[in-house]
Write a protein that binds this ligand. Structure first.
Ligand code: NAD
Length: 455
C-alpha cells in the first residue's frame, strides 16, 4: 500500500493548486465516474457476487443505478448549485453585495461499510467531487472483492493527483485518522463512529456519520395486506437483510399479525421458492463472523420462530426468518439485527406503537403501512427518524432529491444529490462593501451615543 502520508501530501498539493475549483474539472471527473460504471458492469457484478452473493438484479439496483442516477442528477444541476446565493440586505448594508458562496473544504476522507460496498464509497464521492474536494476513499476490508476492484478502477478513471483509494482494516484506518482531514464522511456502526469522532476531535475535523439502528415498521388500520406483505418482505430480505434501512422489526395489532404471517409465507415462497437456499435471488451473510452473530442472536431469543430459522454455516446461508411472541426485552430487540430475521411485536393501539418507537434511539427510518392518511400523519408527527416512508421500505433513499442520513444515534449530516454537494461545501457568507455611506457610519463609531442604537 502506498504510504498514507505520501498520498495525503499529493492530494493536498493538488488541492492547493486550485485544480479542483473549475466547474469543468468537476464535471470531467463525474463523467469519468459514469464511464467507470459503463465499462465495468461485469466486474462490479462479479465482485458483489463474490462478497455477498448479491443477485445481479440487486447489484444493478442498489450499487449501480442508484449511484448513476445521482451522477446524472448532479451533472445536470451542478452549475446551478455552484452559483452564489444572493442574500437580502438591510438599511445599513443597502449598497453591499451580499451572498453565500459554496467553497470546497479540502482533502476529505470517505470510509465505507461492507453491505453496499460500492455505493457507500461512490455516492458520497459524488458530493465530494461536485463540491470541488480531493478525496481519500477507504472501502470496507470485509467486502474484499469490491475493495480490490475499487483500488484498481479509481486510479484508472479519476485524477490520481486528487483521488486515491487506501485499503485496510481497523488498524490502517486508525493510523489514517491520525492525519488532518478537512471532513470525514463515515458509514458504519455506532461503536466505531465513537472512535471516528474522537479522532476527528483532535483536529477539529467536521464529520458526517451515516449509521444504523432499529428501523420499525408500524402496520396499522385498514390496508391492502397482500401488497403490504410483498413490500415488507422485499425491503426486509433484500441483500439478505443486510441493509441499514431494512425494517428491523414490525409493530402491529395481534389480528393484523395473524393475517400477515400466512401472507409473508406465501410471498416468500413466490419470491424465493419452497427452498430459499436454492434461490439465486437471495444473498448470503457477508462472513462467518456475521453469520455466527445472527445464529447466536436467534438462539438467545425467547420468541417463537414461525417461518424459516434454518441456516448453513459453510455457505453462510440464513433462511428468511420470522419470529413472534417477542418481548420488548428480548435479545432480538437490543441491537440492530442487520440480517434476515424479522421479529413481529404486537401493540394494542397506535399510541402504544408510537410510544414504543420513541422509547428507543432515533432510527434511520420509520415505516408505516396503512391506507388511512390520518394514521400515516400521526406516525410522521409523533416520531423522529433519519427518513420516513409510508407503505414501502428502502425506496425513499433512491431519490436524489431527498436528503439521506440519520438523526441522533442513527447519524449526523446527510447526502445524495444537492445534499451531498452541500455536505462537502463550506458555506462562506460574503459581504462586498464599497466606501459609500461613510457619513452614516459615524453613528457606530466611538464616542458612542446610545440614542444611535435605534438605527
Ligand atoms: P464498521 O463500523 O465495522 O466498519 C465500517 C468501516 O470502519 C470499515 O471501512 C472499517 O474498516 C472501519 N473500521 C472498523 N473498525 C474501525 C476502528 N476501530 N477505527 C476506525 N475505523 C474502523 O461497520 P460495518 O460492520 O462495516 O457496517 C455495519 C453498520 O453500518 C450497521 O450498523 C449499518 O446499519 C451501518 N450502515 C449504515 C449506512 C447508512 O447509510 N446510514 C449504510 C450501511 C451500513
Amino acid at each position: 500500500m502506498e504510504c498514507q502520508k505520501l498520498v495525503l501530501e499529493r492530494l493536498r498539493t493538488a488541492f492547493r493548486s486550485g485544480v479542483t475549483i473549475p466547474l469543468n474539472f468537476r464535471l470531467t471527473q463525474l463523467e469519468a465516474l459514469m464511464l467507470l460504471f459503463e465499462d465495468n458492469e461485469n466486474l462490479i457484478l462479479e465482485a458483489l457476487h463474490e462478497d455477498l452473493a448479491k443477485p445481479k438484479f440487486e447489484t444493478v439496483l442498489s450499487e449501480i443505478d442508484i449511484v448513476v442516477n445521482d451522477l446524472c442528477y448532479t451533472i445536470s444541476n451542478l452549475q446551478t448549485w455552484m452559483q452564489p446565493t444572493n442574500v437580502g440586505t438591510n438599511l445599513a448594508t443597502k449598497l453591499d453585495d451580499c451572498f453565500v458562496r459554496r467553497e470546497p473544504l479540502g482533502v476529505v476522507l470517505i470510509i465505507g461499510a461492507w453491505n453496499y460496498p460500492l455505493q457507500l464509497i461512490l455516492a458520497p464521492l459524488i458530493g465530494a467531487i461536485a463540491a470541488g474536494n480531493c478525496a481519500i476513499l477507504k472501502p470496507s476490508e470485509v467486502s474484499k472483492a469490491t475493495e480490490k476492484l475499487l483500488a484498481e478502477l479509481i486510479p484508472k478513471y479519476l485524477s490520481q493527483d486528487c483521488f486515491a483509494v487506501l485499503c485496510g482494516g481497523a488498524e490502517e484506518t486508525k493510523l489514517l485518522l491520525e492525519n488532518r482531514f478537512d471532513h470525514i464522511f463515515y458509514t458504519g456502526s455506532q461503536s466505531v463512529a465513537r472512535c471516528i469522532l474522537q479522532s476527528a476531535a483532535v483536529h477539529l475535523t467536521p464529520v458526517t456519520l451515516e449509521l444504523g439502528g432499529k428501523s420499525p415498521c408500524l402496520i396499522y388500520g385498514r390496508l391492502d395486506m397482500k401488497s403490504a406483505a410483498k413490500r415488507l418482505v422485499w425491503a426486509k430480505f433484500f441483500n439478505a437483510g443486510q441493509s441499514c434501512v431494512a425494517p428491523d422489526y414490525v409493530l402491529c395489532p395481534v389480528e393484523t399479525r395473524d393475517l400477515l404471517i400466512p401472507l409473508i409465507k406465501e410471498v416468500l415462497e413466490s419470491f424465493y421458492g419452497s427452498d430459499p437456499q436454492q434461490s439465486p435471488d437471495l444473498g448470503r451473510i457477508v462472513t462467518e463472523k456475521h453469520w455466527n452473530y445472527l445464529t447466536e442472536l436467534l438462539e438467545s431469543s425467547e420468541g417463537k420462530v414461525v417461518i424459516g430459522g434454518d441456516s448453513i454455516k459453510e455457505t453462510r446461508y440464513f433462511a428468511p426468518t420470522v419470529v413472534v411472541d417477542v418481548a420488548e426485552t428480548d435479545a432480538l430487540m437490543k441491537e440492530e439485527i442487520f440480517g434476515p430475521i424479522l421479529p413481529i411485536l404486537t401493540i394494542k393501539s397506535l399510541d402504544e406503537g408510537i410510544a414504543f418507537i420513541n422509547k428507543k434511539e432515533k432510527p434511520l427510518a420509520v415505516y408505516v403501512f396503512s391506507d388511512e392518511p390520518q394514521i400515516v400523519t400521526t406516525v410522521l408527527n409523533g416520531t423522529s427518524s433519519g427518513g420516513f416512508c409510508s407503505n414501502d421500505g428502502i425506496v425513499h433513499m433512491t431519490l436524489p432529491g431527498l436528503p439521506f442520513g440519520g438523526v441522533g444515534a442513527s447519524g449526523m449530516g446527510n447526502y445524495h444529490g444537492r445534499w451531498g454537494f452541500e455536505t462537502f461545501s463550506h458555506k462562506r457568507g460574503c459581504m462586498l462593501r464599497g466606501w459609500g455611506l461613510e457619513r452614516v457610519n459615524v453613528l457606530r463609531y466611538p464616542p458612542y451615543n446610545e440614542s444611535n442604537l435605534s438605527w
